[in-house]
Design a protein around this ligand. Structure first.
Ligand SMILES: *[C@@H]1O[C@H](CO)[C@@H](O)[C@H](O)[C@H]1NC(C)=O
Ligand SMILES: *[C@@H]1O[C@H](CO)[C@@H](O)[C@H](O)[C@H]1NC(C)=O
Ligand SMILES: *[C@@H]1O[C@H](CO)[C@@H](O)[C@H](O)[C@H]1NC(C)=O
Length: 277
C-alpha cells in the first residue's frame, strides 16, 4: 500500500460543516431563574441540538449516495492506478541544465542519446490483470491470446515519449522525419510531425499543470554579484522513477498486441463524480 492510498475520508470536515450550519444557541434569560424559563431554555437547546443532529445525519447520508454513483476525489485524493503500489517519494535536486551543471541528457544528438531516451520509456506498454483493469477509472481492452490480462500504459512513459519527439523536432538536421512546419512555412510532408509535436507540447503543458509542482525556487544573496540571485537547485519531492520503471518492466507487454481483435468483458467502470474535474 502506498501513502497515496492511506488517506481517509475527511469525516471531521463533515462534522465542522454541520456545526457551522446549525443555528447558534439563543442567549438564556439571566434575570429570572424560574423553573419555567429554565425548562423553556432547555427545550430550545434540545430542539436546536435535534436540528443540528438532523442536519448532520442528512449530510452524512448524502455523502455515501454520491459515492455510490461516482468517486468523489475529495475522499480519495488520487484515482486508482495499478502502479500506485510502486509510488515512493524522495528528495531530488534537479540539474540546472546550464554549463557547470548539465545533465547526462544534454549531449548532441547521437545514437547514444537516442538510446538514453528510448531507455526511459520503451517498456511503457504493460499487461495488467483483469482485477487491476476493473479498478481503472477508464475501460481498457483485453490482450488477445493472453487470457485475464489487459493492455495499459502509464502516462509518464507517454510524456517522456512526447518530450523526446519535441527534442527531435528541435534538431531537424539530425532527425529529418521530425522537421515541423512553422507559421510561415507549411509543408504537406511535414504535416504528421507538425501535428504530433503540437499534440506533444500541449499534452506536456496539461501534464505539468495537472501535477502543479509546488516545490519552491528561491532567491539567495550573492556577495560577489552584490545582489540576490534566483536559485533553481532546490529540493523537490519526487516520485522515485526507478520504482515506477521497475513496476513497468515487471509487466512489460512483450507479445505483439493485435488491436483488430475485439474481446467482450463484464467490466463496468464507475462514472466519476463532477468533483474530480
Ligand atoms: C475516462 O473517464 C473520464 C472520467 O469519467 C471521462 O471523462 C473520459 O471520457 C473517459 N475516457 C475514455 C476514453 O473512456
Ligand atoms: C503519419 O503517422 C502515421 C502514424 O504515426 C503513419 O502511419 C503514417 O505513415 C505517417 N505518414 C507520413 C506521411 O509520414
Ligand atoms: C553593493 O550595492 C550597494 C547598493 O547598490 C552599494 O552601496 C555597494 O557599494 C555595493 N557593494 C559592492 C561591493 O559593490
Amino acid at each position: 500500500m502506498s501513502k497515496d492510498q492511506e488517506y481517509q475520508p475527511l469525516i471531521s470536515d463533515t462534522l465542522e460543516e454541520a456545526d457551522v450550519d446549525s443555528p447558534s444557541p439563543q442567549s438564556t434569560p439571566i434575570c429570572k431563574f424560574s423553573t419555567w424559563i429554565m425548562h423553556s431554555a432547555l427545550a430550545v437547546l434540545v430542539a436546536i441540538e435535534t436540528m443540528a443532529l438532523v442536519v448532520l445525519i442528512a449530510i452524512l447520508l448524502r455523502r455515501p449516495s454520491q459515492a455510490a454513483c461516482g468517486m468523489p476525489l475529495g475522499s480519495q485524493k488520487v484515482l486508482y492506478s495499478p502502479a500506485l503500489s510502486a509510488v515512493e517519494h524522495e528528495v531530488q535536486v534537479y540539474h540546472l541544465g546550464f554549463p557547470g551543471d548539465l545533465s547526462p541528457f544534454q549531449i548532441h544528438s547521437s545514437p547514444e542519446l537516442d538510446q538514453m531516451w528510448s531507455d526511459l520509456y520503451n517498456y511503457g506498454v504493460s499487461r495488467i490483470t483483469k482485477e487491476e483493469a476493473a479498478h481503472l477509472p477508464n475501460k481498457t481492452h483485453a490482450i488477445p491470446g493472453d487470457p485475464g490480462h489487459y493492455i495499459a500504459e502509464l502516462d509518464v512513459f507517454h510524456n517522456l515519449h512526447c518530450l523526446n519527439k519535441v527534442r527531435m523536432a528541435l534538431d531537424p538536421d539530425y532527425y529529418p522525419d521530425w522537421r515541423i512546419s512553422t507559421s510561415n512555412n507549411h509543408i504537406p510532408t511535414q504535416k504528421n510531425a507538425t501535428e504530433h509535436v503540437a499534440h506533444c507540447i500541449d499534452w506536456l503543458r496539461q501534464s505539468i499543470m495537472c501535477h502543479a509542482d509546488t516545490s519552491v525556487i528561491v532567491w539567495q544573496w550573492d556577495p560577489r554579484a552584490n545582489e540576490s540571485l534566483v536559485k533553481g537547485n532546490v529540493a523537490h519531492t519526487c516520485r522515485k522513477f526507478d520504482k515506477i520503471t521497475e513496476w513497468a518492466k515487471q509487466r512489460v507487454l512483450v507479445n505483439a498486441y493485435d488491436p483488430t481483435v475485439h474481446i467482450e468483458d463484464d467490466i463496468v467502470v464507475p462514472i466519476l463524480h463532477q468533483e474530480m474535474s
